[in-house]
Design a protein around this ligand. Structure first.
Ligand SMILES: Cc1cc2nc3c(=O)[nH]c(=O)nc-3n(C[C@H](O)[C@H](O)[C@H](O)COP(=O)(O)O)c2cc1C
Length: 193
C-alpha cells in the first residue's frame, strides 16, 4: 500500500475481528516503532506486547472508548474487542516531560501507520486506568505507562470528511453506523509566508 493511501485511509478503529494477530506481525510493529524519531536518539521508550487472551480481556476492562459517540463504539468482548494491546512505558520520573511524551506520540503514530498496511486497526488510548493496568502487568515501580494501543484486524472502516470549520471537528456516526472523522483542510490549518 502506498504511504499516501495509508495516510488518507488510516482511521482509528474500535471494532475488531476476533482473529488473533500473529506474533510476527506484532514484532514488525515494534520494529517500526523502534526506528521512529526521538529526542537526542535516547530511545527511552519500552513496549509491552500483550496478546494472551486472558490478559487482553483484563486490560480491556480498564479502557474507555469513543466518548463522543459512547456507548455506540464500545467494543463488545468476544465479538468486536481488541485482540492485543501494546503498552508504551517510560521511566516514572520522566513520564510527564514534553520530550518523552513527544517521543511516545511519534512511536505510536509510527505503529498505527505500520499496522494499517497490514489491515490491523489501532486505537491509541489515553482514557485508561494506568494504575490498574500497571499492576495487572506487574510492571516495575520505576516504569510508568504513557499510552496504550488497542489492536486487532479492522472490522470497521471509518472515513474522514474535509471541513473548514474548527467548530465541527467532533466525530460522529451516520444512519448506516459508519464513523465519520471530520478533518480540517490544508487551508484551514496552515498559513503560508
Ligand atoms: C493522545 C490520544 C489519546 C486518545 N485516547 C483515546 C481513548 O482513550 N479512547 C478512544 O476511543 N480513542 C482515543 N483516541 C483516538 C482519537 O479519538 C482519534 O485519534 C481521533 O478521533 C481522530 O481519529 P483518527 O485517529 O481516525 O484520525 C486517542 C487519540 C490520541 C492521539
Amino acid at each position: 500500500m502506498e504511504l499516501k493511501q495509508v495516510l488518507k485511509e488510516r482511521r482509528t478503529v474500535r471494532r475488531f475481528s476476533q482473529t488473533p494477530i500473529p506474533d510476527e506481525e506484532l514484532h514488525e510493529l515494534i520494529d517500526a516503532a523502534r526506528l521512529a524519531s526521538c529526542a537526542r536518539n535516547d530511545q527511552r521508550l519500552r513496549y509491552v506486547v500483550v496478546r494472551t487472551p486472558e490478559l487482553v480481556r483484563s486490560i480491556f476492562k480498564f479502557t474507555a472508548w469513543a466518548g463522543s459517540v459512547a456507548p455506540r463504539r464500545n467494543p463488545v468482548p468476544g465479538e468486536t474487542a481488541p485482540t492485543a494491546f501494546i503498552v508504551v512505558t517510560g521511566k516514572k520520573e520522566e513520564a510527564d516531560t514534553p520530550l518523552l511524551q513527544t517521543d511516545c506520540g511519534a512511536a505510536v503514530q509510527t505503529i498505527q501507520l505500520a499496522a494499517w498496511e497490514k489491515n490491523i486497526g489501532c486505537c491509541w488510548m489515553g482514557a485508561i486506568n494506568r494504575q490498574e493496568i500497571h499492576s495487572l502487568l506487574e510492571l516495575p515501580a520505576e516504569r510508568a505507562i504513557l499510552y496504550i494501543i488497542a489492536l486487532g484486524y479492522a472490522a470497521e472502516k471509518p472515513v474522514y470528511d474535509d471541513i473548514d470549520d474548527p467548530g465541527k471537528v467532533k466525530y460522529y456516526l451516520d444512519d448506516e453506523d459508519l464513523l465519520h472523522v471530520p478533518k480540517l483542510t490544508v487551508e484551514a490549518v496552515s498559513s503560508w509566508k
